[in-house]
Design a protein around this ligand. Sequence first.
Ligand code: MN
Length: 500
Amino acid sequence: MAPVTKNHPIKSYRIDHAIEIAKKAHDGQFRKTGEPYIVHPLAVKKILEEWGMDEDTIIAGILHDTVEDTPLTLDDIRKEFGEPVAFLVDGVTKLSTARNGMRDIDTYLPATKDNFLRLMIALGDDIRVLIIKLADRLHNLRTLSALPPDKQKKIAKETLEVFAPLADRLNMGLLRVELADLSFKYVNPRRYEELKNLLDKYCESAEKSLQKIEHEISAALKKEKIDFELSGRVKSVYSLHKKLAKHNQNIGEIYDLTALRIIVDDITDCYLILGIIHSLYTPMSGRIKDYIAMPKQNGYQSLHTTVITKDKHIVEFQIRTKEMHEYAERGLAASFYYNEQKLTENYKKGKIEHLPTNLLWITELQMTAARLREGKKVDLKKLKLNLFADKIFVYTPKGDIIDLPNGALPLDFAYKLHSEIGDHVVGVKINGKMSNLNKKLEQGDIVEILTSKNQTPKTSWLSKIFTPHARQKLTRRLNHDAKKAQKTTESKKKRKPRKK
Ligand code: MN
């Protein structure tokens, strides 16, 4: 079993040198928290170290804000630390500018309408850019309380919509949970508290029965002479929020508020344990999932089963190897770590072969980026990034990104912009052409809503809406209008002189 080293700061002259340079460059700058600015790049450095990233990435993390915010230039960085570090810093700088409006990311990119795709390709050359950006975002979120409330909400919302799903896509489970829960607290504080309390209460009430189950399982596994680690995990607040929405807010239908995790050395033990659990308790039908044989799209591997105990407690088990566990928590970062180990310590082949290779889309992205730079033609439509399977990103004519669920229609887009815009729609242009309100929006569409002051919402629009958000806004407005109309007719009636 490969020892997994977390938080193993690399001692290096280059890193110390980068810290010195960053300190000098940011001298006199302060964060909104009141601390010297350098606290931020150093925190990013620490996060990257915890993720087990390589030296170049850590150096780029230390320098990530220098080119944008200080007199230091990319050339300076190139001279001091070499091309790979300069490339990474450049990538992070571009990424932050690109997100402010998403215009003109790079000159070598072809004219594709999908800015998000453009962005991913610009990054695709070295996915470590994204990892630095995620570390940057994580620290900014951890210190978000120092910002004014409107900024807090904006950043938190963007994190929930873009960065947390991205962390999920990269199978960085710990990061996803932290990003999502931190953001959700700002986006919907009341709901956050409510669900947090609910989870705490549930854990308290379930503790005794969980302990009993832990004892039973431990005894059974010891009897079989299996080495294992057993731990409990509590569902994150944000994923509970999302799951409740799927189940009509019925908490009784959610069986994985807590789960027991069993971590073992090899795959055969995983299946053996599944058998043991099913001989002790009754498995619930339809709840056995073999993500080892069929990994999730992001490479996640584990066995899941939900069982009912003799005292009628429902409990979920997750069974996986240490490597799978490591990968589920740190994802892409873990595979960088293992790759480096493979190179430096000459790992025996058998030890890393369980690592999922489902991150092929990254390789694809890198190859595409390389081809584009060489000036070769690339069919971007064939590049199925599918980063957000259930989401599309469309754009306003100004280049602002609007994210919508797959299946959204022009009115959903309009109501997402503002209810004032939604209420006054008279038409829509998609990619510069007049279109109709039944047209399903597609990834990368540029959508222009045409409005008129004299327009009022129509009941017939209800069939041209996909998102609950737009439906709610439209219904509210229609009800409001109907009441108003009723009042007007009533008052007209009253005003009519009565004939006697
Ligand atoms: Mn930063």
